[in-house]
Design a protein around this ligand. Structure first.
Ligand code: GUN
Length: 336
């Protein structure tokens, strides 16, 4: 039998890494190069945009299946209070993608000075509306409104954001719940990039209720060792260098540098920050300094086109899951 000898290739790789000051991983198999970028960066780019497109097409099939078999059209209500420009863009995309998936989209826009009791009243109406299977109140809310009260006014069975205290509790003890969308998207991308996550050390930077804490719960469930780092963590770069998986969710543009990353680690960048580029035009960047991190990471999500598109796809999936639970029917085959 003819055996291919990859050792010269492996040696080249080793010296290539060393000239860039990166310690080569002697355990790296040359086949690991497959799927890597053709340019001189070493990371596999985790294509969230393509993944989300595939998921959305399965969701569309699932919606058709629900209509054909059960005469059900899932409905998602999205509520926006005020004029926050980023929120306006997100809400518009959510409504558009809901309709494109064949679901009913209910959009509610309320003025900045809406009172807490007015918003509670709207959420209670949506809770009672049988055509509405999922409710999302876009955050942040104006200062006069207590977000926690609103989140917990949403009927837990329609809580497609997974932010209700009961959804959070269920997730933390590992029983069935609607899972927050961005963390669910991160997990799908990680599993695609890494496969089995058992035993991996994940360092999550950021402890928000929307991303940091729920993604930690999901990774624990996947048998990862989980560290949640945050603004008061001592020596964050060295904590980060311990990680097989880095999840950056801090909202600080390009904070995580290449020399914070262990060679070969998987990097999931949740940040979406608008900054000025060299010519003064605005551009989107993540919480990770992509140029330096992609030189070291084994796989990395870009911004835009990484985690961002996954969030809405997971929201649509949650709407179908919520619909099926409410109607006590099986999940359509296309998404089960
Ligand atoms: N604001 C930023 N991300 C989210 C999200 O996932 N859900 C809601 N409701 N508001 C957000």
């Amino acid at each position: 039998m003819h055996c291919l000898d990859f050792s010269p290739y492996a040696e080249n790789l080793k010296s290539h890494l060393e000239t860039r000051g990166i310690q080569s991983q002697m355990s790296m198999h040359p086949f690991d190069l497959i799927n890597r970028q053709p340019d001189n960066t070493m990371s596999t780019v985790i294509d969230g945009k393509a993944f989300a497109e595939t998921l959305r097409s399965r969701i569309k099939k699932a919606v058709s299946e629900l209509q054909a078999k059960h005469d059900i059209v899932p409905g998602l209500a999205v509520v926006l209070v005020g004029e926050n420009s980023a929120s306006q863009i997100y809400v518009r995309s959510k409504a558009r993608q809901t309709a494109e998936a064949g679901m009913q989209s209910f959009e509610h826009r309320l003025p900045e000075n809406t009172s807490e009791s007015e918003l509670v009243q709207l959420v209670e109406e949506l809770n009672r509306n049988p055509q509405v299977n999922g409710i999302l109140v876009q955050l942040p809310l104006p200062a006069q409104i207590n977000s926690e009260r609103i989140i917990n006014t949403v009927n837990v069975n329609k809580d497609v954001d997974g932010f209700h205290v009961e959804s959070t509790g269920r997730l933390s003890i590992g029983i069935d719940s609607l899972v927050p969308c961005t963390p669910a998207g991160c997990l799908m991308l990680l599993k695609q990039a890494v496969g089995d996550l058992t035993g991996q050390h994940a360092v999550i930077i950021g402890r928000s209720n929307i991303v940091g804490k729920p993604v930690a719960q999901l990774l624990l469930k996947e048998h990862c060792t989980v560290t949640i780092a945050h603004s008061r963590t001592r020596d964050l770069p060295s904590a980060c260098r311990q990680a097989d998986i880095v999840i950056a969710a801090v909202g600080v543009p390009e904070m995580v540098k290449g020399d914070w990353i262990k060679p070969g680690a998987t990097v999931i960048d949740v940040g979406i920050n608008r900054v000025a580029d060299n010519s003064g035009k605005s551009k989107l960047v993540g919480d990770v300094d992509y140029a330096s991190a992609s030189e070291v990471a084994g796989a990395i999500t870009p911004v835009p086109g990484g985690v961002g598109p996954m969030t809405i796809a997971c929201l649509l999936q949650n709407t179908i899951i919520a619909t099926c639970r409410q109607r006590q029917i099986k999940l359509p085959e296309a998404i089960s």
